[in-house]
Write a protein that binds this ligand. Structure first.
Ligand code: NAD
Ligand code: PPY
Length: 352
């Protein structure tokens, strides 16, 4: 194991990491179990190309920690985990099937300590394949008896979060005439864009996939923004729905929006960025709070026996939770990230 692995693991406060290497596909698999205090660790499986295995491990460790906080704030009876499959290139279908089978055996060997679901570059069909060898999986396709894609529910939760943020920061009771820049028009972002357009928001969109941008321009009347111009574009709400790490200290100085509220995991490169956003008067909806809709969908429908109405009530609760976090942050002059962490910590401490 190289030194970078040791360095990453030594600085992590989670419970354990299971590592497997599949020589046939040159794939590193990391299952990061950050906490099982509230229940078995839950979190999706990310498949990605990384510059080196240590970068994949670092991503998994950070994402798993965020899942502990996300699931605690969402009030779900699960701890936090995440799995990363670090591939040398995005695999063809045959290689993908092999990787997924090896990975399913790894998850099965953990005997329910870790429950998985989809994340970046994995989908319902991968979950269906995992389920052939292992029962610890959420969001199989509806045809296979699962709850299907979590992306629409995540988008609904983000919409509730945007409404609550707009009410709090701009004192606006609806979204008519509010400009929202959606970065990333994938499963979540495309659905969110449609919901925003229906609510009367002025829509701006950016994606590295020009076809997706054109589709939103044609179907929703959205205004296109170049992917590298996102941070400098004036808008009321910036909704990151593509990748993590989009707001560093420099971007936080440049942003001209009033609110950051989107689905992407780990949007800030560093918790200090949250403080800087506060100091600049930008209201930040902590990502692990506003994007909990996917977890509520999978866990609520498949583990807790919720029906659609119950799920919708919990998705609306994301807006209420955010309002409480904003009030606490203002009251104690702390960042919204810190206020959300406090809420999670209170729930974790209560379960001790
Ligand atoms: P996706 O892969 O379906 O879509 C991502 C989109 O972002 C794609 O259209 C891609 O072309 C675009 N993109 C990539 N890099 C970009 C860049 N630099 N600039 C602009 N666009 C870029 O993913 P998704 O399921 O829609 O999820 C979006 C984000 O939300 C991810 O960060 C994911 O981890 C997070 N998230 C998703 C869920 C869920 O239920 N799907 C739940 C919680 C969090
Ligand atoms: C996420 O919200 O990032 C997830 O990974 C969702 C999730 C939650 C619990 C189990 C599997 C996936």
């Amino acid at each position: 194991m190289d030194q970078a692995f040791e360095h990453r693991l030594a600085g992590w406060d989670g419970e354990h990491v299971v590592i497997r290497y599949d020589p046939a596909s040159s794939t590193w698999m990391f299952v990061c179990i950050h906490s099982t205090r509230l229940g078995p660790a839950g979190g999706g499986t990310r498949l990605r190309v990384y510059p080196r295995p240590a970068a994949a491990l670092a991503d998994g460790l950070l994402l798993a920690k965020a899942m502990t906080t996300k699931l605690a704030v969402a009030g779900l009876p699960l701890g936090g985990g995440k799995a990363v499959l670090a591939v040398p290139a995005l695999p063809d279908p045959v290689t993908r099937a092999r990787i997924i089978d090896r990975y399913a055996d790894l998850v099965a060997s953990l005997r329910g300590t870790y429950l998985t679901g989809p994340d970046m570059n994995t989908s319902e069909s991968d979950m269906d394949r995992i389920a052939r060898r292992c029962p610890y999986v959420f969001c199989r396709s509806v045809a296979a008896g699962g709850s299907g894609s979590s992306a629409p529910a995540t988008a609904v939760g983000v919409l509730h979060g945007i409404r609550a943020s707009v009410q709090y920061a701009l004192d606006a009771g609806d979204l008519r005439g509010i400009s929202v820049l959606v970065q990333g028009l994938g499963g979540v972002g495309s659905h969110l864009a449609r919901l925003l357009a229906d609510a009367g928001a002025t829509l701006l969109v950016a994606d590295v996939d020009a076809g997706r941008v054109q589709q939103a321009v044609r179907a929703l009347g959205a205004k296109p923004v170049e992917p590298d111009a996102v941070v400098g574009t004036a808008c009321d709400v910036f909704a990151p729905c593509a990748i993590g790490g989009v707001i560093d200290l420099q971007a936080a100085e440049t942003l001209t929006c009033r609110i950051v509220a989107g689905a992407a995991n780990n949007q800030l490169t560093d918790p200090r960025v949250a403080r800087q956003l506060r100091d600049r008067g930008v209201l930040y909806a902590p990502d692990f709070v506003i994007n909990a809709g996917g977890a509520l969908h999978g866990v609520g429908l498949e583990k807790l026996g919720w029906d659609q109405a119950e799920l919708q009530r919990h998705l609306a609760g994301i807006g209420e939770t955010l309002t409480g976090i904003y009030r606490e942050a203002d009251q104690d002059d702390i960042s919204t990230h810190e206020a959300a962490q406090r809420l999670a910590q209170r729930r974790l401490d209560a379960a001790r």
